[in-house]
Design a protein around this ligand. Structure first.
Ligand code: PLP
Length: 271
């Protein structure tokens, strides 16, 4: 489907855009099913938090209406929303009058091998570390060079995802996913107050698990705790849940809580 810039069909962008110059903006990648953006409220919540942290002035009512219209026309697939601070001059200082620019792009649904979800995946242990920056932690901002470096570390299809630690060696997330472990029936995911992207699917699974009486914890996770987990899985808002079977020398099997949460994610995402 054609892209929109500020609500109008367009396939070109100003060379002065600060998203290009400095990564000055945010994005969301949203699954669209039956013409509806999936988990839209959670996407908008993260996006709105990002706008407030970066002082990006976006009319959320206008944006929501635009996303709804675009998703209806797309029908099935993936809607990518990018919002930048708009045009700038030379230098980091923003032009006070600059208007945020909205870019909407539609693409067909992502196709991953079915075995990723059915059997599980191996994670590549990435050497690239996530640096700590609490001001940006949790946001889906446009600076993703750490993920670009990490994803370049492997090209074999044996590894469907990579594991990323922070510079202090804590387990944080996948390259394009969040990570959960299960230990003694408690569902644990990493504290993302220093780095990492606070995923929409992570938030949804935490909330669904809690409402079903599963004990949950948001904590720092060491490599040793990961190794000793009963179950490990990765998740995002496009593919749902993949059980993790291996990372380096560590091995796990797809367990019951992983399967239960995978079924919940699938109900949201499968057309
Ligand atoms: C670095 C990173 N972490 C986590 C996620 C998962 O986020 P979400 O559940 O919102 O798709 C993504 C998604 O692309 C990501 O790029």
């Amino acid at each position: 489907m054609e892209s929109w810039v500020d609500g109008q069909p367009a396939d070109v962008l100003s060379l002065k855009d600060r998203g290009l110059a400095y990564g000055d903006g945010l994005f969301e990648t949203i699954a669209v099913r039956n013409g509806e953006p999936v988990l839209l409220e959670r996407h908008l919540q993260r996006f709105d938090l990002g706008c407030r942290r970066l002082s990006l002035n976006v009319d959320m009512v206008e944006l929501r209406a635009e996303l709804d219209t675009y998703a209806r026309r797309l029908g099935e697939g993936i809607l990518k929303l990018i919002v930048t601070r708009g045009d700038g001059l030379r230098g980091y200082a923003a032009v006070p009058s600059s208007r945020a620019r909205r870019i909407l792009q539609g693409s067909p649904a992502a196709v991953y091998p079915a075995v990723h979800a059915e059997r599980g995946v191996s994670l590549f242990p990435c050497a690239t570390r996530l640096s700590e920056q609490p001001l940006l932690a949790g946001l889906k901002h446009l600076n993703r060079l750490e993920q670009v470096l990490a994803r370049a570390e492997w090209s074999d299809p044996e590894h469907a995802e990579g594991l990323m630690l922070d510079t202090s060696g804590r387990v944080i997330e996948g390259v394009f996913s969040n990570l959960f472990l299960v230990r003694e029936s408690v569902l644990v995911t990493a504290d993302l107050s220093r780095c990492g992207v606070a995923g929409v699917m992570r938030a949804e699974l935490l909330s669904q698990a809690e409402s079903q009486g599963v004990a949950t914890q948001i904590n720092d996770i060491s490599l040793e705790q990961l190794r000793q987990a009963d179950e490990v899985f990765v998740c995002n808002s496009i593919y749902g849940v993949w059980p993790v079977l291996a990372c380096g020398s560590a091995r796990w099997s797809a367990g019951p809580l992983t399967r239960k949460l995978q079924t919940l994610a699938r109900a949201l995402l499968d057309a």
